[in-house]
Ligand binder design. Sequence first.
Ligand code: SF4
Ligand code: MG
Length: 310
Amino acid sequence: RPSLVQRVGMAIGRGEGPPRLRALQDVDLLLQQGEALGLVGESGCGKSTLGRVVAGIHAPSSGTARLGGEAPMRGGHKATTRVQMVFQDPFASLDPRMRVGQAIAEGPVAHKLTTGAEARDYVGRWLEQVGLTRDYADRFPHQMSGGQRQRIAIARALAMQPDILVCDEPVASLDVSIQAQIVNLFLKLRRELRLTMLFISHDLAVVRHLCDRVAIMYLGRIVETGPAGAVYADPRHPYTRALLDSVPKLVLDADAVSFQPIAGELPSPLRPPPGCPFHARCPLAFDRCMVERPLLRPVAEGREAACHLA
Ligand code: SF4
Ligand code: MG
């Protein structure tokens, strides 16, 4: 059951006059069951907005989000497809006055995934699944470290037995020493639970570690997609190449430390440039790039890029 969003657009700041900001433009995204797709780009590129559309938190202002072969919905999703989200800040999804066990049990009890009598055991199993002991059920969020809170947020999402797990920068707010532990937890969970996951991150190394495929976003559009290994080894879009060059090589390859920051500033999404949205920063830009927007098209087996030269 592949899930996908088709030609999704997201306009923000409507009301009087035209939309002020197009956070997403004609985005197509395909997520196969059991696969982890990494959504990568600089902050402000629209990846969080896209994650929220997939999670049903935002309704797209145009286009469709179709999950698990269901009829497309303009707003929200049918209850038969469960999507859960893990956020960057674990506090955002945890009520500080609620014991962890109650916070985890709430949704599953309401959805009859467990009953009141069995809830404690159900919660205990999910706590163990995320590497915590059962007695964490009696604690409050403030009695735990950031890493432990994020484990709780993950357990809470998984206890809903979601068809799709959307993670938005789930390790970005954690200490570097803790980040690796949580990334390894996601690896373990993927293996054991065959999770279907949309993993949003600006961190290329984390995405390479965790994801089967990647989608690279720039100014509200997807500019390249493909298997993670192939895209990292041989990027076809100049923006992907620039992103990869902006990461110290040590992080990705472990042989040399060299990196090039991406030239120029991210243009304001309020006034996206004509033609190719990357042209002002692209070292390969030529006349056509200023006037004609390149479409996402197949460039190799299972790969797409939106560049006139790809
Ligand atoms: Fe660069 Fe032109 Fe390709 Fe855009 S279309 S990425 S400006 S070469
Ligand atoms: Mg974000």
